[in-house]
Design a protein around this ligand. Structure first.
Ligand SMILES: C[S@@+](CC[C@H](N)C(=O)[O-])C[C@H]1O[C@@H](n2cnc3c(N)ncnc32)[C@H](O)[C@@H]1O
Length: 574
């Protein structure tokens, strides 16, 4: 891995944000003569000092000689002396001052390397595109100092990662997040009650970070593309006459939110950045290319029928919206965060999603390209950040954590797609994914664990994708909150063993664990005493997990020996 790659991996900076920032700086470079002059001057100075450095004998102080305590102290000093800068002129002045201090210190020998790195790191705090600046440092700053800057970046990222759950969930909701070893899998994050609840109580409400209709309903135009509400005949507000996605809305606010959060990025031909900062209007050819890429994605969505792809796209759209608005506060409104989020602005949407567990999966060949082609024709440069690895991990997060949105008992006309059972998309819903009208990804509810005898249920009782978590049992302060990820009701005509096997098979296929809830512990021995079901025949399309294996009763320690090894990826600080 080269150093630039390390920088990209180490810095936990918003993927899309970086690009939005880069746009801003490109614009500034093109238009602000003084700024360009200063940048050139700084670059030359840094190059000169790097050249001097390379002629010197190998420096004594390498990053290895700085102790972790010294590094932590340096980082602390940066955090404790953050200046309160509001205007871009103030930020630029501070940035230039810190870079030039870093350069001066760099020439004073190894004893000053940490101080130099600290000054460079201070400059990074106010630079709109930290990743871009790291790439510049990589080329211009002496290597041992650059390594110290990188060590500060990593330490800061680790500190931030660890501190996340001190700020999430916010105090405004009556639930917390604890570590708990459920089912002997090691520590997992689970939601716990912060007060007592009675059956029927509303524990919290939360809007989705992103939601999507099932593709058949999207095409029918019967539900709002943004909030998923059923729309009365003739009352739908279309996104635009030429919208290839055929988006319709139940209200003007939904239309506005959808367009600004993601629709303009994904399916419109409208410019995404304020026209004041665009170097030139898009050409007819580029618009044609953009439309072509949009149409190809839509065709793919209809064929595949998986909502998680749209959730990835919409999550990305929200990041672009936020980062762009931050850059152009005079021209754009900072979007409202309408779902429970950390009470510290350090943790934005990218950090929130970064903390969700994900299912390790390999997306179908070429799937990522449908999305990146749209990005490349809308905000060129953004597509480079959606690597195969990154796409697979964000898709895995959406697949693992999304909830099925159901109104009433759900529907019974959902199309069945031609795919192997283990490839089928499963959303968490006690009604069964087959009854959903769409799906959503929720910040807080992502941490709910499963039980076949849950103490809560998700409800969409206001007829939109807003999730209401309702207590179904008496809950004491400190109790873990659980929902059913799958339909756990014993259906008419289904015996106990069939119900047991069905729910465990769905859980194993979708979330790769064997349930150890009291009901499974009770039912397991009963099912074990029944003669085994005939194994399914193997063939080229045979499910990867056999029926018998998936339904295997729980062992004494609660873990089914037949459920394949859990593949969910551990979260590590970037
Ligand atoms: C959608 S995530 C839930 C969030 C997760 N608890 C976390 O740590 O972020 C689903 C994963 O949680 C764990 N899980 C949830 N309910 C469980 C249960 N009843 N027994 C064992 N593991 C469970 C499994 O690892 C499962 O794959």
């Amino acid at each position: 891995m080269n150093r630039t790659t390390t920088i990209l991996t180490a810095a936990s900076v918003a993927v899309a944000g970086v690009v939005a920032y880069a746009f801003y700086f490109d614009h500034k470079r093109r238009n602000d003569f003084e700024f360009r002059k200063q940048l050139r001057k700084d670059k030359k100075k840094a190059e000169k000092s790097a050249a001097v450095q390379s002629k010197e004998p190998s420096p004594q102080a390498s990053s290895g000689e700085i102790t972790p305590a010294q590094l932590a102290e340096a980082l602390e000093s940066v955090k404790n002396s953050q200046p309160n800068l509001t205007t871009s002129a103030e930020k630029e002045g501070y940035f230039m001052g810190q870079v030039s201090e870093g350069e001066q210190l760099a020439t004073q020998g190894p004893a000053f390397y940490l101080a130099a790195a600290t000054a460079f790191y201070r400059a990074m705090q106010v630079y709109p595109s930290p990743m871009e600046l790291l790439a510049i440092y990589d080329k211009t700053v002496p290597k041992p100092i650059f390594e110290l800057v990188m060590a500060l970046v990593s330490l800061d990222a680790k500190d931030n990662f660890a501190a996340y759950f001190d700020h999430f969930p916010p105090k405004s909701v009556d639930v917390g997040i604890d570590d708990c070893d459920i089912g002997g899998q090691g520590a997992r994050k689970v939601l716990v009650a912060r007060k007592d609840f009675q059956p029927g109580d509303l524990i919290y409400k939360e809007h989705a970070i992103a939601a999507t209709l099932d593709t058949d309903l999207q095409a029918r135009g019967t539900h709002c593309t943004h909030c998923l509400r059923a729309i009365e005949k003739g009352m739908a507000i279309p996104a635009s006459a030429s919208d290839p996605f055929a988006a319709v809305y139940c209200s003007k606010p939904c239309q506005l939110k959808s367009k600004t959060q993601s629709h303009n990025l994904l399916f419109s031909l409208e410019p995404l950045l304020p026209i004041e900062v665009l170097p030139e209007p898009p050409s007819a050819a580029s618009l044609e290319e953009r439309r072509k890429a949009q149409t190809l994605l839509i065709e793919y969505l209809k064929k595949r029928g998986h909502g998680a792809i749209v959730l990835v796209a919409r999550f990305l759209g929200r990041q672009v919206q936020t980062e762009t608005a931050k850059q152009f506060p005079q021209l754009m409104t900072i979007p409202e965060i309408d779902y429970p989020s950390p009470d510290d602005p350090r943790f934005g949407l990218p950090e929130q999603v970064e903390h969700l567990r994900y299912l390790e999966l390999v997306p179908p060949e070429g799937e990522r390209k449908f999305l990146t082609d749209i990005l490349a024709t809308t905000l060129p440069g953004l597509e480079m950040f959606i690597t195969d690895e990154r796409y697979a991990s964000v898709l895995g997060k959406m697949r693992y954590n999304s909830f099925g949105v159901c109104f009433g008992g759900g529907r019974d006309d959902r199309p069945i797609f031609d795919e192997r059972p283990e490839d089928r998309e499963r959303t968490r819903t006690p009604y069964g994914t087959a009854r959903q009208i769409g799906s959503g990804i929720y910040n807080l509810s992502s941490y709910l664990s499963h039980s076949c005898v849950p103490n809560t249920r998700p409800s969409f009782s206001n007829g939109t994708a807003e999730l209401h978590l309702i207590a179904t049992k008496a809950i004491k302060k400190g109790d873990q909150l659980t929902v059913s990820y799958v339909d756990v009701t014993q259906h008419e005509g289904e015996d106990l063993a069939e119900c047991y096997r069905r729910r465990r098979r769905e859980i194993a296929r979708g979330w790769r664990f064997a349930c150890t809830c009291p009901r499974c512990k009770e039912d397991g021995p009963v099912v074990a005493a029944i003669p085994p079901v005939a194994p399914v025949s193997a063939g080229p399309n045979a499910p990867a997990l056999s029926e018998a294996a998936l339904a295997a009763p729980t062992t004494a320690n609660g873990v089914s020996p037949l459920v394949p090894e859990t593949k969910e990826a551990e979260i590590t600080a970037a």
